[in-house]
Design a protein around this ligand. Structure first.
Ligand code: FAD
Length: 352
């Protein structure tokens, strides 16, 4: 059976909910389809101790401030899950859970959205599928030879499961720094490796400044001025309290990236070696764009060419929440509101 609506939003994480909020305000009929059975998007799949980059008030979706989490300046992931669950209930957003979108096809004046629970026919689609379903692992020699455990950021939960083990954390970003700090505080035998020397943001800079930097960069580029460098110019790692404490206690001592894995561990270019029990790859994610493959929109670097959030070669499709290429800071709670509003307005105009 094929169901009909004006707009299908694919993904019920923060980006999909922000889109739903603005579509609802504009009176645009829509449905939000999410593969997971419970609310919270990617925040359900983080490690237990994750700290947000920003205080609660600066981590809010449109319309509703995130409440302060008692005893914490920087909320944890469970607090965000509660906030998102409350948000969708409060605004009565039409989220259908446990529905996986397999593909989006052109169907004359419509887009056909194929799911594992039947098809939808829509006049526009918003892709808010995030990244957590596509963990990225770099091609490092010997990865198949290693007999220990390998896991990605998305599978790490807490240091408890590594008691008595020797662990290598790979990566120079926030996930790596937070997970390394988590292990270091628990006195796990830790080696942290990075491709280049970790770049901490100044201790008094957090997600608020990141949002401002991303916005200033977009404005400069839109006005034809020189690239300000955006967020990347400030550093890679927000020194949230647990990271700062581990660093200042001398528990985080990064080494250069190893050149290969062996059966028992890792080896550096100068042939020094270390035996390890587990490697945690904190090496990022890629956008989950598989449902849009049949539209043949792929641009460079695994992305889709967009003008704001609108796909250049398919104006009925908007992509939301993937980072600066779909709006400044759009991969953040505070940053996704503005591009979501713009996408909803453009879709309302298209439908009219
Ligand atoms: P997601 O939350 O991934 O939601 C996408 C949803 O779409 C998921 O529910 C998924 O199951 C569903 N989906 C995917 N494919 C399909 C399909 N084919 N069919 C149906 N459903 C589908 N962000 C902040 O804003 N502030 C912070 O302070 C912050 N701190 C962070 C700290 C760390 C250490 C890390 C690693 C991340 C942090 N983030 C922070 C980033 C944040 O976790 C993600 O960027 C955010 O969750 C992305 O939201 P989203 O809605 O785009 O995607």
């Amino acid at each position: 059976m094929t169901q009909r609506t004006d707009v299908v939003v694919i993904g019920g994480g923060q980006a999909g909910l922000a889109a739903g909020y603005h579509l609802r305000r504009l009176g645009v009929e829509h449905v939000i389809l999410d593969a997971q059975t419970t609310p919270g998007g990617a925040w359900q799949h983080t490690w237990d101790s994750l700290s947000l980059f920003s205080p609660a008030r600066y981590s809010s979706l449109p319309g509703r401030l995130m409440p302060v989490q008692p005893g914490r300046t920087y909320p944890d992931a469970a607090h965000v899950v509660d906030y998102l669950a409350d948000y969708e209930k409060r605004y009565g957003l039409p989220v259908q859970r446990g529905v996986r979108v397999c593909a989006v096809h052109r169907d004359g004046a419509f887009l056909r959205v194929r799911t594992d629970c039947g098809d939808w026919r829509a006049r526009a689609v918003i892709g808010a599928t995030g990244t957590w379903t596509r963990p990225f692992l770099p091609a490092v020699p010997g990865r198949r030879e290693f007999t220990g455990r390998q896991l990605h950021t998305v599978q790490y939960r807490s240091p408890n499961e590594f008691a008595g083990q020797r662990v290598i954390v790979v990566g120079g970003g926030n996930s790596a720094a937070q997970i390394a700090a988590d292990l270091a505080h628990a006195r796990i035998d830790l080696t942290w490796v990075t491709r280049r020397t970790p770049r901490y943001l100044a201790d008094d800079i957090d997600g608020r400044a990141l949002f401002d930097a991303a916005t200033a960069r977009r404005r400069a580029l839109d006005e034809g001025r020189a690239d300000t460098g955006g967020v990347a110019s400030l550093g890679d790692i927000v020194a949230v309290p647990p990271v700062r404490a581990a660093r200042d206690a001398g528990l985080l001592n990064p080494k250069p990236m190893f050149s290969r894995l062996t059966a028992a561990g890792v080896e550096w270019a100068d042939t020094t070696a270390a035996e390890v029990d587990a490697v945690i790859w904190c090496t990022g994610f890629r956008p989950a764009l598989a449902p849009f493959a049949a539209l043949h929109l792929r641009g460079s670097r695994g992305r889709v060419a967009t003008d704001g959030t609108r796909a250049v070669d398919e104006p009925r499709l908007h992509l939301l929440g993937h980072g600066d290429w779909t709006g400044p800071a759009s991969a953040t709670l505070i940053g996704v509101g503005r591009p979501a509003r713009e996408a909803a307005r453009q879709i309302r105009d298209l439908l009219a």
